[in-house]
Ligand binder design. Structure first.
Ligand SMILES: [Zn+2]
Length: 216
């Protein structure tokens, strides 16, 4: 579907998964998509020490580097109080986990602005919330048509404000045929509006790093 729509996406893949499923991970990269860091074992770093987190990040980076030949520059993982400091030290360009804004912004460490961009996410664009009925959620699964309306409304409102959409989709959830058709209709709808840019998280972060005020 992404090939058909000529869209490059970002795939956040845990290092262990990239090692185990190296063929498909390589294939994703060779089709021009970005492969970004998702931990080594999808760790929750919130209670990790600085050293434990550094170890997990290094291991994940090495695994992705071995499989794709490229060092990842972006991270999505349960963060800790040390995450930004570590990412700045390790040469990352972006982080994408927080939910505190609907626009990318520059990250500061010890009040000093870094070449590090936060690309915030939102549950509004997360497929899990709508299509998964486990994890103790006592709510029905929504139909693709219902989610299409939510995605369109979110896009329309953000488009009007000149803002951005960060879809957070899981292949095993959005990959069902009816849902993928819904996503494609949504993409076609977005494409029908002038000036919409589809890009990878890395390209967006690069653009933000070049254009956002260093003081912000
Ligand atoms: Zn995940």
């Amino acid at each position: 579907m992404l090939d058909r729509q000529n869209i490059k996406a970002t795939f956040f893949i845990p290092g262990w998964v990239a090692e185990k499923y190296h063929k498909i991970s390589k294939q994703i990269a060779s089709r021009g998509h970005e492969i970004a860091h998702h931990g080594y074992l999808h760790e929750d770093c919130s209670n990790f020490s600085y050293e434990e987190e550094k170890h997990a990040l290094t291991k994940g980076s090495e695994a992705l580097g071995m499989v794709t030949g490229k060092t990842p520059r972006g991270l999505r993982l349960g963060p800790s109080k040390n995450t930004f400091k570590l990412l700045a030290e390790m040469g990352f360009l972006y982080e994408s986990t927080l939910m505190d804004s609907d626009q990318p912004y520059r990250i500061s460490v010890n009040s000093r602005p870094q070449h590090l961009i936060e690309l915030p996410v939102s549950f509004a664009f997360n497929d899990t919330l709508y299509f998964v009925y486990t994890f103790g959620m006592s709510k029905p699964v929504l139909s693709p048509r219902e989610v299409e309306t939510i995605y369109r409304d979110e896009f329309d409102a953000l488009y009007k404000e000149g803002r951005y959409c960060m879809y957070m989709l899981h292949p095993q959830i959005i990959g069902r045929a009816s849902r993928l058709e819904m996503l494609e209709r949504t993409i076609e709808y977005m494409k029908s509006r002038p000036g919409v840019w589809f890009t990878t998280a890395f390209e967006l972060a690069k653009y933000c790093d070049e254009t956002l005020n260093l003081e912000s």
